[in-house]
Write a protein that binds this ligand. Structure first.
Ligand code: 3HC
Ligand code: NAI
Length: 652
């Protein structure tokens, strides 16, 4: 028997077990229509004497992936999700959630309202609300400690991390993993469950209080990991209330927290980033354009960037040929790659056997003949136009005429690198960020000749590498490094106006960056940017003297020389304000009015956004949210601030 009264919820019945199927593409988000459909389904099935249990299952790629984030700006509409979860939990027939894909946020809350949860082996469950600047709003923080214990609930809710089915089963979040046909398996599970006494609904289960000192210790850890974001701490407060107060009181506290956070700037910023990230891989201009197949890749140069790019390509499953200048440089390059894989083993990211397999997929070469059949080559040699041109001339000879050729240049003009290349339509810039196997950003820089298919392949590669692609036009530094230059110059201007270097760094840390602009330069080295400025000066450009130039000329290149903007004791990375720097810069500093941390951060973020505006006006970036993605994924801009354009309200 089929019931199609609701457009997104369908009920079928067979042999005493009803099946409620949700079909609300793309991700079965809990729209008002879906909530209403489930609400009505409970009543209908409770009233049906032939039904003894209900399987809740979803069509499409996933179980219910959560509340509809696009509804968050609007007033909540009945039936409200906490009421729906309570209604499912109180149904006279037991409901069994049959999970495939992801049961996230409100989706997992609905599943926790069910008497049982079963899942396909590849499924995952979780409460990612803090990543959207909110806390679970339909009992997640109150039911999860009852289902899986306080410690695990704290881990999952304050991090937002999902958990795969096998582990979720081991931890008691689900009751069975079902290989094969999920609907059939869940129905079989339901029949078997009906032969035994039912477990208590989750809300009726007790919470075991954690040991003394637990909350204080977790509060400190959560605050540290949150880097200034407020939602994780508020989620912890909800979990504590769930462990210490009666169910109804904890539910009310959670809902109040959820509604308050939903209206915050932080939540708006995180929603902005959520939608920007999802839009980034699919630019409208490339709709319908097929990417070329990528079965193999090569990287030229196995230094800092080349090795990281090799690692990223290998982790994405591509065989990689690494080309270096000579046998000795190749051995160094291979060692750089091996060190990255070994680091992953040390951090528990992979097993030694997996690292070995990754390494075995790297073919070393010093002869371009090895590249006769690769689909994609990424060049990461020295930042010198002559060296790069020679590399591309050799590639033009050695590679297939349709092989994609990319440069990882930071500052050179890709048009100059591609000059003289036969088939320049297959050329583009792919600008990775260091460390290339970690950083999520990939700037994609077409030259005028780059074909749409080449560009689409760049975007497809980004997706395969799990990176966030942002298309950039050609200018010095593209999007990210151009904004970085302005940011650093603005920070130096503050120093010239008498603001202490350490105060500027502290202000930016306070804003949410892991490091301030001067500490970051000390870590990376001041000499790279210095050499670039010197190069420009040698080429006849007028590049005003920076404070950084004064330091480098005095031998202060950063941590590696024992001092840069700060002093460092040997073997100690702690920055100490430097009397020597004060003296070196004294002639440049004209003390002005004191500036508080907030004013410093506002000034510097304002400068970033102003450069972003110029970049938009010149067509170097297409949309302000893409500039935000560049800053967040390439430069450590705090995600929960939404990026410089969002934070300063420069919107498209
Ligand atoms: N609300 C609205 N739209 C959503 C959405 C949501 N919760 N989740 C995904 N979408 C949209 C995306 O914007 C995208 O739209 P587009 O095609 O127009 O660009 C489309 O669905 C597909 O999304 P993805 O590209 O991300 O699809 P994937 O298959 O790669 O991933 C997913 C699927 C794992 C479910 C992923 O989309 C995801 O993680 N979604 C977010 C889940 C989430 O955060 N849920 C919690 C919401 S808050 C909540 O539930 C509060 C509650 O406690 C009250
Ligand atoms: P690096 O100096 O660490 O590595 C360059 C490597 O290229 C060396 O191993 C060298 O032996 C090799 N090489 C030089 N000439 C070669 C040739 N003709 N054939 C084969 N190999 C050759 O430099 P790094 O930092 O890896 O930079 C490489 C490129 O990446 C540059 O264009 C740089 O601007 C760019 N880049 C650098 C970033 C960084 O943070 N270091 C970030 C993003 C881009």
């Amino acid at each position: 028997m089929l019931d199609t009264a609701n457009p997104v919820v369908t009920i079928t019945r067979a042999g005493g077990i009803a099946r409620v199927t949700v079909d609300n593409p793309p991700v079965n988000a809990l729209s008002q229509a879906l909530r209403q459909g489930l609400w009505d389904a409970v009543a209908r099935l409770d009233a049906d004497p032939e039904v003894s249990a209900v399987v809740l299952i979803c069509a499409g790629r996933t179980f219910i992936a959560g509340a509809d984030v696009s509804e968050f700006g609007k007033p909540p509409m009945a039936p409200h999700l906490p009421d729906l979860v309570a209604r499912i939990e109180a149904a006279q027939k037991p409901w069994i959630a049959a999970i495939h894909g992801s049961a996230l946020g409100g989706g997992f809350e609905v599943a926790m309202g069910c008497r049982f949860r079963v899942a396909a082996p590849e499924a995952s469950v979780g409460l990612p609300e803090v990543t959207l600047g909110i806390v679970p709003g339909a009992g997640g923080t109150v039911r999860l400690p009852r289902l899986a214990g306080v410690a695990l609930a704290v881990d999952l809710v304050t991090s937002g991390r999902p958990m795969r089915a096998a582990q979720a089963l081991a931890e008691g979040l689900i009751d069975a993993v079902i290989p094969g046909d999920l609907g059939e398996g869940a129905t079989g599970f339901a029949r078997a469950a009906l032969t035994r006494p039912l477990p208590a609904p989750v809300s009726a289960r007790p919470v075991t209080p954690p040991p003394a000192g637990f909350w204080e210790a977790r509060a400190a850890a959560v605050a540290k990991a949150a880097k200034g974001a407020t939602a994780p701490g508020r989620a912890l407060a909800c979990l504590r209330r769930a462990a210490e107060a009666p169910f109804a009181e904890a539910m009310a506290f959670e809902r109040e927290t959820f509604l308050a956070l939903r209206a915050t700037e932080e939540a708006a910023a995180l929603r902005h980033v959520f939608f920007a990230e999802r839009a980034a891989p699919r630019p409208a201009a490339l709709r319908g354009i097929e990417a070329l197949p990528l079965r193999s890749a090569a990287v030229i140069g196995g230094g800092t960037m080349g090795a990281g790019i090799v690692a990223a390509l290998r982790e994405a499953g591509l065989p990689v040929t690494l080309v270096e200048r000579d046998a000795e440089a190749l051995a160094r390059g291979r060692a750089n790659v091996a060190a990255i894989f070994a680091g992953g083993v040390m951090r528990g990211k992979r097993t030694a056997a997996q690292a070995e397999a990754l390494e075995a997929g790297v073919i070393g070469a010093t002869d371009y003949a090895a590249l006769a059949d690769v689909d994609l080559v990424i060049e990461a040699v020295f930042e010198e136009i002559g060296v790069k041109r020679a590399v591309f001339a050799a590639l033009a000879q050695a590679c297939r005429a349709d092989a994609l050729l990319a440069t990882n240049t930071s500052y050179l003009d890709p048009r100059a690198i591609a000059e003289g290349l036969p088939n320049p339509g297959r050329f583009l810039g792919l600008h990775f960020f260091s460390p290339a196997n970690v950083m999520k950003l990939l700037e994609i820089v077409p030259v005028p000749e780059t074909t749409e298919a080449t560009l689409a392949t760049g975007f497809a590669l980004a997706q395969r590498l799990r990176k966030i692609p942002v298309q950039a036009g050609i200018c010095e530094g593209f999007i990210g490094n151009r904004i970085l230059k302005r940011y650093r110059a603005a920070a130096e201007d503050l120093v010239r106006r008498g603001v202490a270097i350490a105060e500027i760094d502290a202000a930016m840390r306070g804003y949410g960056f892991a490091m301030g602009p001067f500490e970051a330069q000390d870590l990376g080295g001041l000499d790279i940017a210095f050499l670039q400025r010197e190069g420009a000066r040698a080429a006849g450009q007028i590049v005003p003297e920076t404070l950084g130039d004064i330091l480098v000329r005095a031998g202060r290149k950063g941590q590696k020389t024992g001092g840069g903007w700060y002093d460092y004791a040997p073997g100690d990375r702690r920055a100490r304000p430097s009397a020597a720097v004060t003296e070196l810069l004294a002639a440049q500093v004209v003390p002005g009015a004191a500036m508080g941390a907030e004013a410093i951060a506002a000034a510097l973020v304002g400068e970033m956004a102003a450069e972003g505006q110029a970049i938009l006006a010149e067509g170097i970036a297409r949309r302000p949210e893409e500039i935000d993605l560049v800053e967040i994924h390439g430069y450590g801009f705090p995600r929960w601030r939404g990026g410089p354009m969002f934070a300063t309200r420069v919107r498209g």
